[in-house]
Design a protein around this ligand. Structure first.
Ligand code: SIN
Length: 325
């Protein structure tokens, strides 16, 4: 049986061009999906690929405009009996946010793999071809379904919930936390470290094309509480605190956030550290705060947006959702 995969392209360095094999500067999102598929056609991949250009952007510009086109395109591909899996090409800078958003809003019926590259297509050592060939291997594997949205970078497979970009340069720029990678892949081999955990499950959240506004407050030494007044607008429904250490903040900021919580603004404490596990602390109950657990601030923001969009705003219910898988 021929494996058929749908490739949805959004841009990024995997589709980037430098104009020089050794230069530093380049433009992300330059190569169109048809040209890209023609290039990978020479690799002899064991799958039939059909492509669709959703966007061709630097992923710093990723957001609802593209997500609202990407999500229905994936749903359409998943519903097509001829399609065995979906690959999304994406810039690495915000890849973890898109992957987590998809993870929370797609059914776990067929493999969905997000892949990027750290070097543009004409650079020496371009990692995009290998990462893409690996993504094809993963998306062709029926065992990839039931692990949520997957991210493939540098011969490793990550669960969307865990993956994070931890380096600005080099092909090994991604890590997982609290789980490291969940398997190893090359263009010709694949090894999972465990069994699928959600095979056949429905989407955890309904898709929302108008996500509520949630701000991230980055805590630093000498942060003053009046910064919150500048950060929060009339439409803001939640604040994720990128706190120091285990989600900590100066006392005046804590008090200002507790006051916001009494006005119905959801407050989630995350950590600005790279591998931050933030547990509930005794004061959270009185302050109406929620602990982000292992989610970093940008992922905590996505989960909070979906929770608020689904009508959930009670801190205890929000905490249960953050405590969950
Ligand atoms: C981007 O995120 O679009 C640029 C950087 C990258 O893809 O590595």
């Amino acid at each position: 049986m021929t494996i058929q995969l749908t490739v949805l392209a959004t841009g990024g360095t995997i589709a980037g061009i430098a104009g020089s094999a050794i230069g530093h500067d380049y433009r992300a999102g330059e190569i169109g999906i048809e040209d890209y598929l023609e290039q990978v056609g020479g690799l002899g991949l064991e799958a039939e690929l059909s492509g669709r250009q959703i966007a061709n952007i630097d992923s710093a510009d990723m957001g609802p405009g593209v997500w609202n086109a990407l999500h229905p395109a994936i749903m359409e591909a998943l519903a097509d009996p001829a399609c065995n899996g979906v690959i999304v090409t994406h810039g690495t800078d915000t890849l973890e946010e898109t992957a987590f958003l998809l993870d929370l809003t797609l059914p776990a019926t067929k493999p969905v793999v997000v892949v990027g590259a750290m070097r543009p297509a004409d650079a020496v050592g371009y990692d995009g071809l290998r990462n893409f060939a690996n993504a094809v291997r993963v998306a062709s594997n029926p065992d990839a379904a039931g692990r949520g949205t997957l991210v493939v970078m540098g011969d490793r497979m990550f669960a969307a919930r865990d993956v994070r970009k931890v380096r600005t340069r080099g092909a090994e720029a991604f890590r997982g936390f609290p789980r490291e990678s969940i398997g190893l892949v090359t263009p010709s081999s694949l090894e999972w470290f465990g069994a699928p955990w959600q095979r056949g499950d429905g989407a955890r959240f309904a898709w929302c094309d108008d996500l509520p506004e949630v701000a991230i407050l980055y805590v630093h030494a000498a942060l003053e509480a009046d910064m919150l007044g500048r950060l929060i607008g009339p439409q803001t429904r939640g604040v994720v605190v990128a706190g120091v250490g285990e989600g900590n903040m100066p006392e005046p900021v804590r008090q200002a956030l507790a006051a916001l919580s009494t006005r119905g603004i959801a407050v989630v404490r995350a950590s600005r550290t790279e591998e931050g596990l933030v547990d509930r602390e005794p004061e959270d109950e009185a302050n109406g705060f929620v602990a982000a657990r292992a989610l970093n601030p940008q992922k905590a923001r996505i989960l909070l947006q979906l929770l608020l969009a689904s009508g959930e705003s009670d801190p205890a219910a929000l905490q249960r959702a953050f405590d969950g898988r």
